[in-house]
Design a protein around this ligand. Structure first.
Ligand SMILES: Cc1cc2nc3c(=O)[nH]c(=O)nc-3n(C[C@H](O)[C@H](O)[C@H](O)COP(=O)(O)OP(=O)(O)OC[C@H]3O[C@@H](n4cnc5c(N)ncnc54)[C@H](O)[C@@H]3O)c2cc1C
Length: 384
């Protein structure tokens, strides 16, 4: 087993950190207060090749393996302080590009993948509805076949990138009487008549990432936009969650490293009772816990990437990774806040933003409760 980086990976890492530090941190605090997405930064990341890293070169991607992609995203998260941007980019990569690559026909891949890779058509993944969340397959949106089209009716909510999307991967029921087996998936282009995208109301964190609702009313979508066969929606959703739960936090791993470095420096500089506060064991214990979380998160994430490069579906490992990284991010952000004392609470110092941004990680892509449930359900399968 080799945990070292190749010289190519080291170079890619260094290039991305330099790019992120110089190009992506413009007015982050102001944009957080104004809930403003940086569309220019999105395009610059695409131009840098980040969105297409793992996609085939013939479709506009970079043709990298999963381990290299994760290393690149970690570097992006280390250099970029816009946590909304570093959630939105992997969100599109894992939950739209991967299912398109696995289930799209060659025509669909040629139509949609280049625009996803070059940033011109941001992609949204639309499953959640007002009455389905954790119980994702209890989906009320319907898609009824009418000749060469499907008529979509329904309401999707809390959808990443919805207000700015160029295309949405939408899950809808083509046979409601078959429950979860009757779900199908559609690539729906923004601007299609009957598709209405709206921004969400104000949110606690991740304010620089657009989130919103998509409402379908008599929305005619060509049958040529259906991904996979009718009834494949459940398999397509599970496939996208295998990727998303494994790697949605790849950028956050880099941010955790930067957070630990900042907290360590602050604790060494800040003096109370004639000592650096890092000399007090209550403070150094927190730094040690943050370091341990960083290490265990990295091991889980890199192993997931390695497993994916072996061509495996990894539902157990994906759930373990999502659960541990989501909880660790929040715990370490709270530790960083405590280490900074009162300054950790003040918006001026930006430590509080990581707490608000990382609180979402225990909810999206399936809550921590749901990941625990999945892990427990898969234990007997694993022991077979
Ligand atoms: C920042 C953000 C981005 C998001 N992006 C997207 C997106 O791009 N696309 C998309 O489709 N959705 C997205 N979502 C929605 C997200 O997937 C759901 O919020 C999440 O799955 C939880 O669903 P819910 O909010 O309906 O909560 P509920 O399912 O109503 O859960 C409420 C509470 O009950 C618990 N609970 C529910 N069922 C069980 C159970 N069986 N066992 C134990 N506990 C249970 C939950 O853990 C939670 O604590 C996003 C959400 C957020 C916050």
């Amino acid at each position: 087993m080799n945990f070292g980086l190749s010289s190519e990976q080291q170079q890619l890492r260094a290039e991305i950190i330099a790019f992120a530090q110089s190009e992506l941190n413009n007015r982050v605090r102001d944009r957080d207060h104004a809930s403003e997405f940086d569309a220019d930064a999105w395009r610059r990341c695409a131009k840098q090749g980040l969105m297409g890293l793992r996609m085939p070169q013939a479709l506009g991607g970079g043709g990298k393996d999963t381990v290299t992609t994760v290393i690149a995203l970690e570097a992006l998260g280390y250099g970029c302080r816009d946590n909304g941007l570093t959630l939105a980019i992997p969100g599109q990569m894992w939950s739209i590009q991967e299912p398109l690559l696995a289930f799209g026909d060659s025509e669909q891949k040629k139509r949609f993948m280049p625009g996803l890779c070059d940033g011109s058509t941001p992609g949204a993944h639309a499953m959640t509805e007002p009455d389905n969340g954790s119980d994702a397959f209890a989906c009320a949106t319907t898609a009824r076949r009418e000749g060469d089209d499907y008529r979509l009716d329904g309401h999707k909510t809390m959808i990443g990138l919805a207000p700015v999307c160029g295309v949405a991967l939408v899950f809808a029921s083509t046979r409601p009487e078959h429950g979860q087996w009757g779900l199908s998936a559609f690539m729906v282009e923004a601007g299609t008549a009957g598709m209405h995208c709206q921004p969400a109301s104000e949110k606690m964190g991740l304010r620089t990432a657009p989130l919103g609702d998509i409402v379908f009313r008599d929305c005619l979508v060509p049958a040529a936009n259906r991904l996979g066969p009718e009834g494949a929606g459940q398999a397509i959703f599970n496939h996208s969650m295998d990727w998303e739960r494994s790697f949605i936090f790849a950028c956050h791993l880099g941010a955790m490293q930067a957070q630990l470095e900042a907290a360590t420096q602050y604790a060494s500089r800040r003096r109370q009772f004639g000592h650096a506060v890092a000399d007090f064991q209550s403070v150094s214990n927190r730094l040690a816990d943050m370091r341990l979380r960083l290490e265990t998160c990295r091991l889980l994430l890199y192993k997931a990437a390695w497993l994916k490069d072996q061509g495996q579906a990894i539902p157990m490992h994906a759930a373990l990774t999502k659960l541990h990284l989501g909880e660790s991010l929040l715990a370490s952000s709270l530790d960083a806040m405590r280490i900074h004392g009162g300054r950790g609470f003040m918006s001026e110092f930006e430590v509080e933003r990581s707490v608000r941004d990382n609180a979402g990680g225990v909810i999206y892509s399936g809550t921590s409760d749901i990941q625990r449930q999945l892990i427990a359900k898969l234990l007997p399968v694993e022991q077979r």
